[in-house]
Design a protein around this ligand. Sequence first.
Ligand code: ADP
Length: 634
Amino acid sequence: MVATAERETLGFQAEVKQLLHLMIHSLYSNREIFLRELISNASDACDKLRFEALATPSLLEDSPELAITVEVDDKARVIRISDNGVGMSREEVIDNLGTIARSGTAQFLSQLSGDSRRDAQLIGQFGVGFYSAFIVADRVEVTTRRAGLDADAAVLWSSDGQGEFTIEPATRDARGTTVTLHLKEDAAEFATTYRIESLVRRYSDHIAFPVKLAEAGKDEARALNTAQALWTRPRNEIEDSEYIEFYKHIAHDAQAPLAWSHHKVEGTREFTGLMYVPAHAPWDLWNREAPRGLKLYVQRVFIMDDAEQFLPLYLRFMRGVVDSAELSLNVSRELLQQDAHVDAIRKALTRKALDMLEKLAADEPEKYRTVWQQFGEVLKEGMAEDFANRERVAALLRFDSTANDEAAASVSLPDYLARRKESQKHIYYLLAESPEAARASPQLEMFRKHGVEVLLLTERIDEWMMQHLREFNEAELHDIARADLDLSDIGEAADDKLDEVREQAHAALLDRLKKTLSGRAEDVRISRRLTDSPACLVLGADEPGIQMRRIMEAAGQPIPETLPVLEINPGHPLVERLEALEDKSHFADLAHLLLDQARLAEGRQLKDPGAFVQRLNRLLLEPVARPAEGNAGG
Ligand code: ADP
């Protein structure tokens, strides 16, 4: 142990320096959170020791009672927070109190704007943890001894939070950690028994270990909390504020949750679940490696963080704890994957989570709107993931629709069905690149004419989602951009005879268009869905749409382009003009423009914008450049 028997000065990782700087400047108005963070760490350390002691009982030595003690010295302006938890070895101290191990930290820091109010919120989401000590202290010392190591294998870590820390050997009589804060002059208010006591009661009442206050001149430290795991207490005895503080503790989130659900399930599969819906998405919601899942306890003994087996992926934004009486204390992540109890608990928790979301949607739509804004895209994954609960999850989805003047995800499928027209059987939707492109789409014209609502889907995931949502409450969902659209139920007679007559009446035009556009359009047909626009594109029944193409492109597997079907509106003056036009090149210019504008109306890009511009210019200049029809061929 020679190498460690000396004092060493080390630099903080760059991210830590940046975080420290930002924290000290942006969390100033919320300084007292340091106490919650440090007590929270102490509680985690006790949890970890209890867990390790399952396999190695000797770690508890002769002090199996785990506790946290806070000591205040107002004259010296010092606060000490001690625990007899797991402690840290020298390596662990360097790793934990010199770096930020969490992946994506750099990415997180790059999101900070320098606007301190916004940053304070972001930092709160990130979970400031240990480093928050420097908001109130200009020197912090940590003396710690890893459980199982000797008294002289303790370590003293010390820093002024400016960029470096020192680390040196120390002795500590018992295992555990003491964090000593030398308060800044303007933080002296925190070094009073009264202030500490009220902060502990406010922020840390839910901590499952005793939090004691050691007072000068008194031998016995006084317990400030009930030290009972919150979820084991009866619901009607728990204050909302306690639920909220508990959430902040487990989720490392400064913002209160939107809702929670606390259930004790008795019987053969006995377990207790406490789940929360956060008020905002974590900054790493879309990071595949981001930790997710519930905190797992077995008979009140902490087993692991981020037990992801207890909720389906589309509910991964939920936070909380699950405490099972059935699982074995030495359960591991691998074992969890094959455990039948886990499966049963997941099913039950999923139902409870959906109950909670449904209740929120029904009783507090404002809050549910926030849920949808923050997690809607994640919930959509449920369409593919959870067959058993599909109808329930589908009812939780919110859509933009032609019933809204401005883009807003506010319409549910039950809303839609409740106001659909009497004769209408199906639910109609349109996939588009953006809310603007959707609203401008010619595909909507016939629906507008008949006053039929169409859902507008403009997120990347939507097309994929809709492949799994073909039916809701016995109504089929139909993509209105598909070629095989049947409009009979909204009052547009599906008269094949009439279609035939129309096709025949315009046979010559269709034939010319098909020839002219060969290589660019698969087919040209007379449309039944247009009233105002001259033309639109439609998709074959199984052809991937625009969003699917984008997804596949992004994944490096572009789908080969297929040719679109062009539908034309024979009543439109432009089409009438085409019909009468004999000049070949003039006809070709107009025909190509018709196709191009149908493409643009969908929010798609043109393959050859240059050719488009040239054609357009030729037509714009037409009266001058082409004094008489028929001379302009060459
Ligand atoms: P977080 O708690 O979010 O991981 P912190 O910055 O608060 O981040 O702490 C970093 C790490 O330092 C913790 O994960 C833990 O391993 C260690 N640590 C902090 N406080 C203690 C303590 N009182 N006892 C043992 N380990 C601790």
